[in-house]
Design a protein around this ligand. Structure first.
Ligand code: FES
Length: 353
């Protein structure tokens, strides 16, 4: 028997069952897995009001990250797996330790589970992803952050601080007050190592919100700088509109914490999505993600990040074509795996729901 046929023999099926192997390995060490990135919590640090940092040591399956990227953290909550994406808030180093700095929501099920994590606990992670990176700035940089939008910026700043040719960086950070300033100690350390780094805080409780006038006063040369923007949606929306108004959208990179609901054109085509047994399952429009369409149709597909990172929403497409909004590519028309949260229909579809 050829060696490959030997390994596919039904007698050896248990040896090819990765789920069984994973359970076996995790019985020995909870971070061991053949397929999943799992990480042990090394410590948790209360950063400020409702904000906690998790220091995590991932297993060998984690492939590393570029400062500015995020990953999905998955935890069981009341017996159901829940995922959310968080930016890595510390530059990579030789220790391989990852830091996630998380704003806990009082009514968030996942937040409550995160708040209870103790040293030694094991969590699941996705690989890191996202295009909010700026590894080698070629001119001045303006960082615009608000609230927990500061977290990917800190990883980038730590990375640039280590480089021989540090860029000219101006950071404007908006938060309610000094007590609400996330990772302030990290910034203090950075300014100590890198005195040219310019930080301009805006405390909204005392000074009001950052607006266009104050932005231009704090960064009069904003048009000459590459700009990285991260914070709550309303903060990001007005700044994106401001850059658009100045014809500078191309020099603005943004990171959205919340998955945005897709805007569907009024004339967008309607398609029918069928389940594997041929029954009409739900209606979906071009531009709408299949996850949104399924939810609007009363279904509740398993999902996590809603941003194409965690792969929890992966579903088998049996027929039809989808557009992947993340990669801007069209699928084939046949049998393949797709992610519901970033796929929009361009034909009727058959899915294994
Ligand atoms: S829900 Fe995370 S990839 Fe779709």
């Amino acid at each position: 028997m050829a060696p490959s046929l030997f390994w596919r023999s039904p007698w050896l099926k248990p040896l090819n069952d990765t789920t069984a192997w994973n359970s076996l390995l995790q019985g020995v060490n909870a971070t061991w897995s053949l397929t999943e990135v799992r990480a042990r919590v090394l410590r948790t640090v209360q950063e400020c009001r409702d904000v906690v940092s998790l220091y995590l040591k991932p297993n060998r399956l984690f492939k590393g990250f570029t400062p500015g990227q995020h990953l999905a953290l998955t935890l069981p909550c009341n017996g159901v797996l829940q995922s959310r994406s968080f930016s890595l808030s510390q530059a990579p180093d030789a220790s391989g330790v990852l830091r996630l700095t998380i704003k806990l929501k009082a009514d968030g099920v996942l937040s409550q589970a995160i708040a209870k994590l103790k040293r030694g606990a094991v969590v699941r992670l996705s690989q890191a992803g996202g295009a909010f990176t700026h590894a080698r700035p070629e001119r001045g940089v303006l960082l615009l952050s608000a609230g927990s939008g500061i977290t990917p910026m800190i990883a980038m700043l730590q990375d640039w601080a280590k480089s021989e040719s540090r860029p000219d960086v101006l950071m404007i950070h908006s938060c309610r007050d000094e007590a609400d300033w996330i990772l302030r100690e990290d910034l203090r350390t950075l300014v100590h190592q890198w005195p040219q780094l310019k930080i301009r805080p805006v405390f909204t409780a005392a000074d009001g919100r950052l607006d266009a006038e104050r932005l231009q006063a704090l960064a009069p040369d904003f048009a000459l700088r590459d700009t990285l923007l991260c914070g709550p949606e309303d903060f990001m929306d007005w700044i994106a509109a401001f850059y658009r108004g100045h014809g500078l959208s191309r020099q603005l990179k943004q990171e959205h914490f919340q998955a945005r609901r897709t805007e569907i054109r009024p004339d967008a085509a309607h398609y029918q999505v069928y389940s594997a047994d041929g029954r009409a399952a739900f209606d979906a429009r071009n531009g709408q993600t299949l996850l949104e369409a399924a939810e609007a149709g009363g279904l509740n597909p398993v999902h996590g990040c809603r941003r194409g990172i965690c792969k929890t929403c992966t579903c088998r497409k049996l027929g039809g074509t989808v557009h992947n909004q993340l990669t801007d590519t069209l699928s084939g028309s046949g049998d393949e795996w797709i992610q519901l949260c970033v796929s929009t229909p361009v034909s009727d579809l058959h899915l294994e729901l």
